[in-house]
Design a protein around this ligand. Structure first.
Ligand code: ADP
Ligand code: ADP
Length: 226
């Protein structure tokens, strides 16, 4: 079964603006997949639908075979999302942000604490665990979003522009980290503006433009076309 299967996905905002015009897409388990497209193409809308922050107009979405409408809780458990914006409570401390997210996924407190420690250490944030989010640098906030998304150990991790505004050194270390968790078996999908990022990390790619899928191929054959 695919890690992600999107079938004829449509989204109309407001009175009739079609942000997604019938997208179909499969992502294989274990893949490292890039979703590319210019600003306004529909990437964030797609991700918003996957994590139930945006209501789709029609179409189906399955995460490891779990339909997000019919099997919401299984689909939710299988998915971790790193949003573009820092959408945590800035007055909450780093440890609580990650532990509370684990609670949202039903993890018992001792396991939540254990996992929070593992992922905060992996992302170099353990020393900051008592710091409020507002006291973190931009790069630390980005890493906190990733730790929070991994605490329930999702099989599919989706990142929306994970390295936007990040300096080159941190970008490289984030790349290395993402490659490691992909090699450990997590399927990864990321959206990016940087072709170099897709080229460095990803095996397969889809390009969306004006709400339509215009390309779905391997990175290698995409680069040959350029
Ligand atoms: P991307 O992430 O590829 O930049 P988005 O999914 O954010 O694209 O946006 C796709 C289109 O839908 C854009 O034209 C955008 O202006 C529009 N759009 C996004 N969110 C809303 C909304 N809440 N209401 C109306 N239009 C929206
Ligand atoms: P609900 O819709 O269940 O009332 P929220 O939308 O506020 O709740 O989010 C519930 C939990 O999911 C919160 O812990 C929040 O931090 C987290 N969350 C919200 N949006 C995202 C996202 N885009 N990616 C990852 N986690 C998110």
């Amino acid at each position: 079964i695919p890690a992600l299967q999107i079938t004829d996905l449509r989204k109309t905002y407001g009175e009739g603006f079609e942000a997604l015009k019938g997208i179909s897409l499969d992502v294989a388990p274990g893949d490292f997949f890039a979703l590319l497209g210019p600003n306004g193409a529909g990437k964030s809308t797609t991700i918003g639908i996957l994590c139930s922050l945006v209501k789709k107009t029609s179409g189906t979405v399955k995460i490891f075979g779990h339909d997000i409408d019919r099997a919401f809780s299984q689909a939710k458990q299988a998915l971790g999302v790193v949003p573009q914006e820092f959408n945590f409570n800035m007055f909450e401390n780093v440890l609580d942000i990650v532990v509370n997210q684990a609670g949202y996924y039903g993890l018992p407190k001792p396991l939540a604490l254990e996992r929070a420690e593992i992922y905060l250490k992996k992302l170099g944030l353990w020393d900051k665990r008592a710091t409020q989010a507002r006291g973190l640098s931009g790069g630390m906030k980005r890493r906190l979003l990733i730790a929070r998304a991994l605490v329930h150990e999702p099989k599919l991790l989706i990142l929306d522009e994970p390295t936007a505004g990040v300096d080159i050194e941190l970008r490289r270390s984030m790349w290395e980290f993402l490659r490691e968790i992909n090699e450990a078996g997590t399927t990864i999908i990321l959206t990016t503006h940087y072709l170099e990022e897709a080229e460095t990390l990803c095996r397969n790619v889809a390009i969306i433009n004006h709400g339509e899928l215009i390309e779905n191929t391997s990175i290698k054959s995409l680069l040959k076309q350029l």
